[in-house]
Ligand binder design. Structure first.
Ligand code: DAH
Length: 339
């Protein structure tokens, strides 16, 4: 019997120490030390041996159980301290499942477009200025030379917080704030969010972005405006790009113009993107009205300037082939992951 016990203990020790993972260890434990395991079986055979030998054999069985249990514990600790793969438990991990991918943040197409625009003006020596989105009527309209109740305000219909406090409908408001805070020469571009009472559809939004530009110095002429916007158009769309100016009206510029560049998609041939015209209208521009310059205390005999404002959404939509403006504000990752 002692012989059997020793033989069993030897096998058990080897099996416990050789268990490659916790599952296997548990199986070995059950086989040797479990309630109906081999050790139990041997223990039950004690009834068949001579009475006087029983205490001695009983002790031996207990010692063997204790020893094997400590081997078991040691092996269990060892296996638990190993990594999943070393424990040989790969079977619990389905390596054929797709991994969880890490998201890499990207630039939103709208802000990427704005950044590229700013880059060009920074190259031309402009600095970036910003101003508040909530404005007073004075900065929103009055200082921009809008007479009270002038129809030019119709296209700037915005949201009012109080009679005199509104959400800016154009970044032109920041022209005034910049000029109030410094003397010429002024060369700034102003990126920013604007608001109008427009119903959302594929080409309109109550919230949208503009990029404003302002240059005031001695001897600034309309030729400088044209050259600057030509450089801008070429920077954005390539060296072949041409600019077109047509008369327009804005209270804060005189003369005023609407400007367009040759369609980048068809180089002026006429296509679906430019609706067959060959041109893409980008925004408004003009020579700063002397009333505006005088309003901020500039010497209108000495200084002249030009200003322009372009919408960013249409640019981004044309450039990336985005058919509906609402997609730009949807936060939909299916759209954003494409850029
Ligand atoms: N702020 C005008 C608009 O939103 C665009 C504009 C026109 C800006 C002429 C200018 C400008 O600076 O000189 O319709």
């Amino acid at each position: 019997m002692e012989e059997r016990l020793r033989e069993m203990a030897k096998q058990a020790r080897a099996a416990l120490e050789g268990a490659a993972n916790l599952d296997e260890l548990e199986r070995v434990r059950a086989r040797f030390l479990g309630r109906s395991g081999l050790l139990r079986e041997i223990q039950q055979g004690i009834r068949e041996i001579a009475e006087e030998l029983r205490p001695q054999v009983g002790r031996l069985i207990n010692e063997t159980r204790q020893e094997l249990e400590s081997v078991l514990e040691r092996r269990r600790e060892k296996l638990e301290s190993l990594g999943v793969h070393e424990r040989g438990e790969e079977s619990r991990i389905d390596v054929t499942l797709p991994g969880r991918s890490q998201y890499v943040a990207g630039r939103h197409p709208l802000l990427a477009t704005l950044d590229d625009m700013l880059e060009i003006f920074l190259g031309l020596g402009y600095t970036i200025a910003e101003g508040p989105e909530v404005e007073t009527y004075y900065y929103g309209f009055e200082a921009l030379n809008y007479p009270p109740d002038h129809p030019a305000m119709d296209e700037q219909m915005t949201f009012y917080i109080e009679d005199d406090v509104l959400l800016r409908s154009q970044t032109s408001t920041v022209q005034i704030r910049v000029m109030e805070s410094q003397e010429p020469p002024v060369r700034v571009v102003v990126p920013g969010r604007c608001f109008r009472r427009d119903t959302m559809d594929a080409t309109h939004s109550h919230t949208f972005y503009q990029l404003e530009g302002l240059c005031v110095d001695e001897g600034i002429t309309f030729a400088d405006l044209k050259g600057t916007l030509l450089a801008f158009g070429r920077g954005m769309f390539g060296e072949e790009t041409q600019v077109r100016f047509r008369p327009d009206f804005f209270p804060f510029t005189e003369p005023s113009a609407e400007f367009a560049v040759t369609c980048f998609a068809c180089a002026g041939e006429g296509c679906r993107i430019c609706k067959g015209t060959g041109w893409m209208e980008l925004g408004g521009a003009g020579m700063v009205d002397p009333n505006v310059l005088a309003g901020v205390g500039y010497d209108t005999e000495r200084y002249t300037g030009f200003a322009f404002g372009v919408g960013v959404e249409r640019f981004a939509m044309n450039r990336y082939g985005i058919p509906d403006m609402r997609l730009l504000y949807s936060g939909d990752m299916r759209l954003l992951r494409q850029f």
